[in-house]
Ligand binder design. Structure first.
Ligand code: GCU
Length: 682
């Protein structure tokens, strides 16, 4: 049965005779120049890809160019063919870009994949295979592509005991107990899937970092993984615990300004680089949710980060410092990261990157952008997105994150006037950053299909594609993924693209519409508990976030409240300060409004809230109907699996809706409008 293991790198024979015929006429053998491990990986991928897609063995041994050659290589390896004019063609391709062209060489029709480097060639090969998997005609093809962001990194929240924080798809892929001896072939498939999108870095372990990762026995295992990933262009990074000099090194302090601490980190970094010459660097969660950091030594974020940055600098390593901080003393959690980090702008070393979650709170179904984007002209700023569905029903719900990712990237910060989107800031098109990066928190695990819900693969895919080119549309990515992962049949692709595109908004509506946020049961973050009020910290309760009372609902972040809105640039500050000009999807993020406040629809705020909650459930039911309509167009196993998971989702959505509507009703004291009184079982 189709179990989803191949994800989008399925190379089943093309079932469109016309497309197949056109490919057959275009190439019949492959000439790869060069034999580095990366080019070998490219050849292996082509061997399985072409054989699978076209159903015939390909000749990879031809020594010369003929009609129908698929010619592949770097600018250096192809230097014999001066007629190709590669120097000009590749002048904008950089170290990772490539070109694909159908053209003439010596009077013969060939297809060319060329790049400045081996990894560019591999990326080009994946691009060609993707075009074939999605049945695109290659006549006259002329592609030139290179990434807009330099470091495209997955973050695994994997513990060393193999439990994955917020993972939900089995155990950690990293089988520490059998490494370094046993090199699970799955590591190579992991690398292939990531390289196919251009992911070029992976942080192996949880940001809540176990210091033992820096022990020699673990580094020996990490080295093996780095060796396997290297041909695929993927650098390994490690999350480190700020107290490591004490926990692992036996020192008495981890004070970043103590010379012995700097010395310890320098030596540790040198040791890692000896094993892994292209080691990416360290990721640090410091002074956040109980993790240690520089504060206990009365040092700043910059002092803590710079010390570690200096340790990896001699080998061009990066130090990624997270900005996910909040404190019980702060009156509004929203404000905290900005208040802590903006005064530090300009104080970090060039090789420090500050990793900021898309929103000011924590990966909620919808958040406005974190005001740190745009406020740090002198600090390399990385965007952190969440692929794993911590707040979207774990691996049970269908909630394609593409629309959330593009929404996050397209928010306009106005930092340098209109058009200063988050995407442009992260790609260093607004300020002049030394390094650029984007990070995605993944849930990959030992489940056969990697992600638990088969559709979470699509969010992994969307992250990878947007990391390469943040201007892509979530809809185009959804279509591409569906075609590669299931079938090119438009009777399937069209309706299910729509299902994917609607799925995130459905999740917003049945959980926290109109700018409500964080109504989750504390701890597990699966089901609703908007009534939660009695916890040791107010910022862990739900009532802190929604502030529902007899007089209304929502968090006042204007000047009369926490004034978090003041952290945005003037045009946005103005827009968000007035409920009339605040987009309704963010209304209760910024305003506390009476229950009978009039909405655009003409309904009261209470009526609109109820309407959205019911709409969320109805959308899930519509998703179920659409899914059932495609029965027979894809394999039975995945059809049945998704169908069953949608049943869970529908039940959960009803629980969310009823819990929230009934709870808020105890404050609004208003009836549920007639049209929503449903006599049936829910
Ligand atoms: C969330 C999540 C934690 C995680 C934290 C982080 O709060 O629930 O599990 O450790 O984010 O990003 O550091």
């Amino acid at each position: 049965a189709e179990d989803g293991y191949r994800a989008w790198l399925r190379y089943d024979k093309i079932d469109n005779a016309e497309v197949l015929k056109s490919y057959q006429a275009q190439f019949n053998h492959v000439l790869i120049k060069g034999d580095s491990p990366t080019l070998k990986a490219a050849q292996e991928e082509l061997e399985i890809g072409l054989k699978g897609l076209m159903g015939t063995e390909f000749d990879f041994t031809a020594g010369s160019v003929q009609g129908g050659t698929l010619l592949i290589g770097t600018i250096k390896e192809l230097s014999d063919f001066s007629e190709l004019n590669l120097k000009t063609l590749l002048s904008d391709s950089g170290p990772e870009g490539y070109i694909i062209q159908r053209r003439e060489l010596d009077g013969k029709e060939i297809t060319l994949i060329a790049a400045n480097t081996d990894i560019g060639v591999l990326y080009g090969v994946y691009h060609l295979l993707r075009m074939m998997q999605t049945h695109q005609y290659l006549d006259g093809v002329s592609v030139s592509s290179s990434p807009k962001i330099e470091n495209r990194i997955l973050n695994h929240w994997d513990n060393l005991n193999r439990l994955v924080e917020r993972g939900y798809a089995g155990l950690s892929l990293w089988d520490w107990g059998r490494l370094p001896e046993y090199k699970d072939p799955r590591y190579t498939d992991y690398a292939r899937l990531n390289a196919s999108m251009g992911i070029n870095g992976t942080v192996l372990n949880n940001v809540n970092a176990d210091p033992r990762i820096l022990n020699e026995d673990f580094l020996e295992k990490v080295e093996v993984l780095a060796d396997i990933f290297r041909p695929y262009g993927i650098k390994v990074y490690l999350s480190v615990n700020f107290q490591s000099p004490i926990e692992v090194g036996g020192l008495e302090t981890a004070d970043p300004l103590a010379p012995e601490v700097q010395e310890w980190w320098n030596e540790k970094a040198a040791d890692i680089y000896e094993r892994i010459p292209d080691f990416g660097g360290f990721l640090v969660k410091a002074d956040s949710e109980g993790q240690p950091g520089p504060f206990q030594y009365n040092r700043t974020h910059a002092e803590g980060a710079n010390m570690l940055a200096d340790a990896v600098a001699p080998q061009d390593g990066l130090l990624i410092w997270r900005a996910f901080v909040y404190s019980p003393e702060q009156t509004d959690r929203f404000r905290e990261a900005y208040d802590e980090f903006v005064p530090q702008d300009g104080k970090f070393r060039d090789n420090v990157l500050l990793q900021v979650k898309n929103g000011p709170i924590d990966f909620q179904p919808r958040e406005p952008f974190s005001p740190l984007f745009g406020a740090l002209p002198n600090t390399n700023t990385v965007l952190e997105l969440q692929i794993t569905q911590e707040y979207f029903g774990f691996a049970n719900h269908l909630a394609y994150q593409g629309p959330l990712f593009t929404e996050a990237l397209n928010h306009d910060t106005y930092a340098e006037g209109e058009g200063s989107t988050v995407g442009k800031i992260v790609a260093s098109e607004v300020f002049d950053y030394e390094h650029t990066g984007i990070a995605g928190v993944v849930n990959l695990g030992t489940d056969r299909n990697w992600t638990g819900h088969p559709f979470i693969q699509s969010s992994w895919y969307a992250f990878g594609r947007l990391a390469w080119d943040y201007t892509l549309s979530s809809e185009d990515i959804a279509k591409e993924w569906l075609r590669m992962t299931f079938t090119n049949n438009p009777k399937f692709v069209e309706p299910i693209t729509e299902v994917m595109q609607e799925s995130r908004e459905a999740g917003v509506n049945y959980r926290s519409p109109l700018g409500l946020t964080h109504l989750y049961a504390q701890g597990h973050h699966y089901g609703p508990a908007p009534w939660t009020s009695d916890l040791p910290r107010p910022d862990w309760t739900a009532v802190y976030y929604h502030k529902a009372a007899e007089d209304g609902i929502g968090f006042d972040r204007t000047e009369t409240g926490s004034n978090a809105i003041g952290q945005y640039e003037a045009p946005l500050e103005e827009k968000f300060s007035d409920p009339e000009t605040t987009p309704e999807e963010f209304l209760l993020w910024f305003h506390h409004l009476p229950w009978d406040y009039e909405m655009d629809s003409g309904r009261t705020l209470w009526g609109e809230l109820v309407h959205k909650y019911y709409q969320g459930v109805e959308t899930v039911r519509w998703m179920q109907e659409e899914w059932e309509s495609i029965e027979g167009l894809i394999d039975e196993h995945r059809f049945e699996e998704v169908k069953a998971l949608l049943e869970i989702q529908e039940k959960d959505a009803v629980i969310w809706r009823n819990s929230c509507v009934l709870y808020f009703q105890t404050h609004s004291n208003k009836p549920i409008p007639d049209q929503y009184e449903k006599p049936e079982h829910d």
